[in-house]
Design a protein around this ligand. Structure first.
Ligand SMILES: C[S@@+](CC[C@H](N)C(=O)[O-])C[C@H]1O[C@@H](n2cnc3c(N)ncnc32)[C@H](O)[C@@H]1O
Length: 213
């Protein structure tokens, strides 16, 4: 998803250092200092316009959340929501998820969410998929023991790829749904922008939850 440039983005980002960090060099291992309360940390990589992470932070105040986004226009949209909501348990990180190890210390994170990640269907772009081995290696490092990875998508190709990639890496699958919105096992689900769009068209939503051994 490429959003049109937002001429106001840079100024908004510069005006709110309490809510957003831009490729920070010294935050690694100290994320809890950015929040009002020290509590388990959950991060979303590729948050888009932020509907999911903002609603999660509202619904689950007992966790701290971080939106990680590589696109300036997208992170600025999330920041606009956070400036209005002023949630004490939400922080924003404007950075590339490929560099997570630079921003999070080993065992700093309790849960990682990947939602409707770009599918990169061409084989030569496999390394850009957020469930590629190099990404999984970083998730394993920053996640606490038994920390969880949760992934939702409408894209069957990426879902199948991810099931194989996670299994080959040695993750344990805890939950798989091929139709999340009609799955009787599901009692709580916050939708993302993409999820609402695809589900409205009647497309099934796929979800997996897993943890590292
Ligand atoms: C298809 S959109 C999905 C947005 C949102 N998660 C949703 O479900 O509505 C994918 C988002 O991931 C972001 N993204 C892609 N690769 C990324 C990376 N390596 N690090 C951080 N964000 C990334 C894109 O900029 C885009 O906003």
């Amino acid at each position: 998803m490429r959003l049109r440039n937002k001429p106001w983005a840079k100024e908004l980002i510069a005006a709110h250092p309490a809510y957003i960090l831009v490729r920070p060099e010294t935050i690694k291992g100290h994320w809890q200092t950015r929040f009002e309360t020290e509590q388990p940390l959950r991060i979303e990589i590729g948050s888009g316009k932020g509907q999911f992470i903002v609603e999660m932070a509202k619904a689950l105040p007992q966790f701290n959340f971080i939106a990680v986004e590589v696109q300036e226009a997208a992170i600025a949209m999330i920041l606009k929501k956070q400036v209005a909501a002023q949630l004490p348990n939400l922080q924003l990180l404007y950075a590339n998820g490929a560099d997570l190890g630079d921003y999070f210390a080993p065992d700093e994170v309790a849960q990682i969410y990947l939602n409707f990640s770009d599918p990169w269907p061409k084989t030569r772009h496999e390394k850009r998929r957020l469930t590629y081995q190099s990404f999984l290696r970083q998730y394993q490092t920053i996640l606490q023991p038994q920390g969880k990875l949760a992934f939702k998508t409408d894209n069957l190709g990426l879902f199948e790829y991810s099931l194989v990639s996670l299994s080959q890496f040695g993750l344990i699958l805890d939950f798989v749904s091929l139709d999340l919105h009609h799955d009787p096992r599901v009692t709580f689900n916050i939708e993302t922008e993409y999820e609402t769009k695809f589900a409205t068209k009647g497309q099934p939503i796929y979800q997996l939850k897993a943890h590292f051994k």
